[in-house]
Design a protein around this ligand. Sequence first.
Ligand code: ADP
Length: 319
Amino acid sequence: MKKIAVLTSGGDSPGMNAAVRAVVRKGIHDGIEVYGIYQGYAGLMEGNIKKLELGSVGDIIHRGGTILYTARSEEFKKDESQHKAIKNLRDLGIEGLVVIGGDGSYRGAAKLTEKGFPCIGLPGTIDNDIPGTDYTIGFDTALNTVIESIDKIRDTATSHDRTFIIEVMGRHAGDIALFAGLSVGAETILIPERQYELDSVVKKLNKGIERGKKHSIIVLAEGVCSANELAQKMKEKYSLETRISVLGHMQRGGSPTGFDRVLASRLGARAVELLQEGKSGRAIGMQKQQIVDHDIIEILKQKDPLPEGVYKLSQELSI
Ligand code: ADP
């Protein structure tokens, strides 16, 4: 394999740049030309493709976002768009593609592979919702951003004896809420993977108040409901006043943590190796500290499991 390309797609996440850098540098190290596709699949269809050099990825490992930009494209879901994308790649002599993104981006990569163009998927999303990897690129950074924010909110919650509902991202997954909730010692963690009874949430808060605790933190995953909705229910049903804080897009930004930089570098380099080994349609991840790869179609059929041990512990420690 002499020429490969890399793109970032879907929601951006901190560490995507480190992954792009690893693909480019490992490729050049191994004597391969590496092309960057700008604006994800939209750019691929339009032929927005440029050759990247060692210097193109200098000074980016510590930056959030993605230098290749990212985009969402409904158009790309059509067969004819995918054929056009493959033609654009083949016209430049490109033989393999590394796709960094979430499960939607994986679907696109699977489609291109099915149509005969070798693709490798790297899990780039803060949500940690991709099966076949213990962690996705960006999760650790987002987690630390959330922890830092909640620590600050706790200072003011303590000073004013208030109950705060903090809504965090994660789409349909509760990993950010669960890990952040455990890390900040939240009184309650609400995640979409587990049903909750508002009665017991309020009972627990009241039990705390009886013990002399006047401030509480509820970490709410966006996949459950909005902080507004929960606050309203608590007020209407239990006359419980809460303050809300929706952390929003700041969770997707920032300089990646050391963990995310190392993860992105390892996965990016492995993607280049897999293409050189003639493999395609693989999703790369890290499980039990080992770099692994799985069939991308199988990964798309699976549901990402909630780390049960962490959930159980969060319940045991927040009594
Ligand atoms: P993420 O990769 O973060 O999950 P999206 O779900 O928005 O983000 O997917 C990113 C892009 O991947 C979409 O805009 C689309 O171009 C492409 N994609 C998603 N699903 C499919 C599909 N079923 N077939 C082909 N391409 C898809």
